[in-house]
Design a protein around this ligand. Structure first.
Ligand SMILES: [Zn+2]
Length: 415
């Protein structure tokens, strides 16, 4: 029986080819969800999947499923991640998990291996949440965690509706975007942190995620003429925002490393140089290891906002939302992954994830595994993001072994 191996050279060339779609001069990638560059990357993924003999379908939110048939009509083992990037982002975040799935399927084809369960390589729509919020969107719709209509109604900063972009670039397909049985979900991703590289460990197996939430802050001041109104009379929403941004950062510093929080978005009205702003909106992103810790972060920010509102004579409304519960990944699948990795001479450690991934959505549907490989200096969501070719290949090698194990490789019987 042939023992299959992945083609590391092809893995690398596919990563570089996709990285050129929306590639930036600084070596990064600018490929927002549902943009023309995203559509081009999707078309190439579809072409590669069809070349590998897979059946490709797309659902109503644009998730693409490339299916390698199994010997039985069973729920599939899914391998996937996302092809969209931050604005700009790097060439590995998300892309690695999709391309590695294709590399796994090519390895099975080359070795003539059949599995009982089908294998589906998936590209989830809008994982990054850079252009349309919230992120992890396509997988959340698929897992039944986010209503399709709510996702379709989202708009970007220019007011473009997500549903219109799906239609304009011909991305949406006829398959219902709804839960269906999935046997296992396997996602390979760069760590987006420094631990694996620092320890020279090949593989990180994720045990659980943090609790996360965003806070949406509306600061109400009073519109006035910026050249006339006396300083003591001003109710400047932007001034209150500036103070609150600093206060949020101090809360983050006080709870680090168990939790972290920063203000990440600001919008201001009328945003006119001769007017005192009457409305400023902030968003912050908070994470913590525990639900109580996250509640404490929100409470500290609320208290700081009360003091700032009083001092600046503004009103500050805060709506913490999009609370994402911690997801715990099943230990038995992680143990299988560790065994497979050990059999291939790869070193492994367990770790948590600070960031959201599509695997957090899929974990609601089926036993799921989130597998990390190192990235240089822990840098991601940036043009300098980098994953060494052998780091990526190690991850794909584990993915192949785990897919064979979970999709139930059929052993030939001599007769
Ligand atoms: Zn990602």
């Amino acid at each position: 029986m042939t023992d299959p191996d992945i083609d590391g050279g092809r893995l690398w060339s596919d990563l570089m080819t996709l990285g050129a779609i929306g590639g930036t001069a600084a070596g990064g990638c600018f490929r927002p969800a549902l943009s023309e560059t995203d559509a081009a990357a999707r078309a190439l993924f579809r072409l590669w999947a069809e070349e590998a003999g897979m059946i490709v379908t797309t659902d109503a939110i644009g998730n693409i499923f490339a299916r390698r048939t199994g010997s039985e009509d069973l729920p599939p083992v899914m391998i996937g991640s996302h092809l969209d990037t931050q604005m700009p982002g790097g060439r590995f975040d998300g892309v690695l998990g999709v391309v590695a799935g294709l590399v796994v399927v090519r390895a099975l084809n080359a070795a003539g291996i059949t599995t009982r369960h089908p294998i589906e390589v998936v590209n989830w729509t809008n994982e990054e949440g850079a252009r349309f919020q919230p992120g992890v969107m396509g997988s959340a719709v698929f897992a039944g965690l986010l209503p399709l209509e709510e996702a379709l109604s989202r708009t970007d900063r220019d007011g473009t509706r997500l549903s219109d972009e799906l239609a304009r670039n011909g991305i949406a397909g006829p398959v219902p975007a709804a839960p269906r049985p999935v046997h296992r979900y396997l996602e390979l991703h760069i760590e987006q942190g420094p631990l694996l590289e620092a320890e020279a460990t090949d593989i990180g197996l994720v045990t659980h995620s943090t609790f996360m939430c965003s806070g949406f802050v509306d600061i109400h001041g009073a519109n006035a003429h910026a050249q006339i109104e006396a300083m003591g009379q001003r109710r400047n929403a932007l001034l209150a925002a500036a103070r609150l941004i600093l206060a949020i950062e101090e809360v983050g510093a006080a709870v680090d490393p168990a939790g972290r929080v920063s203000a990440t978005v600001i919008e201001n009205w009328p945003n006119n140089r001769v007017n005192i702003p009457h409305l400023t909106k902030l968003t912050y992103m908070a994470v913590h290891d525990t639900a109580e810790g996250l509640a404490d972060i929100n409470a500290r920010i609320r208290a700081a906002a009360d003091a700032i509102a009083e001092a600046t004579r503004t009103r500050i409304d805060i709506a913490p939302s999009h609370l994402r519960q911690a997801t715990v990944f099943p230990a038995d699948l992680r143990k299988r992954a560790a065994d497979v990795a050990g059999g291939r001479g790869l070193t492994v450690r367990e770790m948590m994830t600070l960031t959201a991934h599509d695997a957090l959505s899929l974990a609601h549907l089926c036993p799921s595994a989130l597998i990390f490989v190192p990235c240089r200096d822990g840098i991601s969501h940036a043009e300098g993001e980098w994953c060494e070719p052998h780091w990526a290949a190690n991850g794909a090698r584990l993915l192949l072994g785990l897919a064979l194990d979970q999709a139930d490789r059929i052993t030939e019987v001599n007769i």
